[in-house]
Ligand binder design. Sequence first.
Ligand SMILES: N[C@@H](CCC(=O)N[C@@H](CS)C(=O)NCC(=O)O)C(=O)O
Length: 279
Amino acid sequence: MPGRMFALCIKRYQAAPLFLQQRREQTTGRCSRPFIAKASIIMATHAKDTKEPWELIYWPGVKGRGEYVRLVFEEAGIPYVDVGAKGGMPVVIEFCWKGGNTGFPVRAPPAIRKGDFVLSNTPVIMAYLGRQFGLMPGSLEDAAHVEQVLAIVTDAVAEGRLAFHPKDFYASHKVQVEESKPYIKQYGENRLPKYMQYWEALLDENPDPQGFLIGSSITVADLAVYHYMAAAEQHYKQYYDAVEAPRAKEHQLRIASRPRIQAYLTSDRCQPWDTDSMM
Ligand SMILES: N[C@@H](CCC(=O)N[C@@H](CS)C(=O)NCC(=O)O)C(=O)O
């Protein structure tokens, strides 16, 4: 359309009463002003569009499941506030269960918040942040495989943790040390090798010899498996050492030596391991 005619159309369009504009837009498919206004309100609620900082809500003083989320922020180079590490346990309790959260309800930490947006459940947070920060593959199928690995890590940790609490899952490991011994042995000898060899198989089957768990670029699956491997090394040391999984162990070192992860691991943002149990 020649420039003069386009300008004339815009002028007539702007001069028309609203209901006429809306009727025209219903037939031409163009957006009405109210619709544009509404759309921008919806856009403004997108977490990435708010100027609020990213926050992690997790227990202070331990890596735990919060570590998966810290690793994503750290690898992506995105600043975040570790609310629990700063404010202590009462802040986490208040947020999760005492009405401090005005966003979407959280069942248990870890959770993330940015403005009004609140999200919990570790693999869900990882997949969401992965998409925000370029740590998820573009293809639907590869992204589904990343989510598959996140779910397997969740299973692996749940089982590994259960072995430390066979009598009472909710009580400290310290009150069930004797009872846990056969279960820790069973997990260490039978289950841990299965999970570690599964990571090994993923690396072996990647057609890119320099690749990561899925494809040629790092994803949140690599960060989750890294944390699982580090936790296994910490809590199941003798069994971890006995497993023949050279590529999985090499992958763990490769992730730990990525510049941002390495800087994080030696920073004061990095929390100590739980002394009670796995995660
Ligand atoms: N499936 C959840 C589990 C969350 C969870 O068990 N969080 C622990 C800390 S790691 C907790 O504080 N649980 C308290 C509760 O379940 O009430 C996730 O992956 O985020």
